[in-house]
Design a protein. Structure first.
Length: 112
């Protein structure tokens, strides 16, 4: 999943453009210093999620709607994994949803 996260980050930041070629399995394995078979499993996962697609004899390319697909996957992960842990921490620390909402408003102001 770390390889997938690396690829997702490159797509979301625009480093890898939609419909653009991405590093090959071997190239990515070399960049990240992982076995090409491990990189291939990451490519297979991303292909199954419609984030990348192969062009025969040419390599892998970023799918047209890759950013939207990544956002859906990461949103699902956030709601299923991150948010429940955040709620547990809030409960343990006695933090109300109102306090979080206020901090979120402050965060949004700073980001503008």
């Amino acid at each position: 999943m770390q390889i997938v996260d690396f690829c997702f980050r490159n797509i979301l930041t625009g480093e890898w453009q939609e419909e653009g070629r991405i590093p090959s399995v071997r190239e990515l394995g070399t960049i990240l210093q992982v076995n090409p078979n491990t990189a291939m499993r990451a490519f297979e996962y991303m292909q199954s999620e419609n984030v990348i697609y192969p062009k025969r004899g040419m390599g892998y390319y970023v799918a047209e709607n890759a950013r939207e697909e990544i956002a859906k996957l990461q949103k699902e992960d956030f709601f299923n994994e991150v948010l429940p842990e955040t709620f547990k921490a809030m409960d343990l620390l006695g933090i109300s949803i109102e306090e979080v909402a206020e901090r979120y408003k402050q965060f949004k102001k700073v980001r503008k």
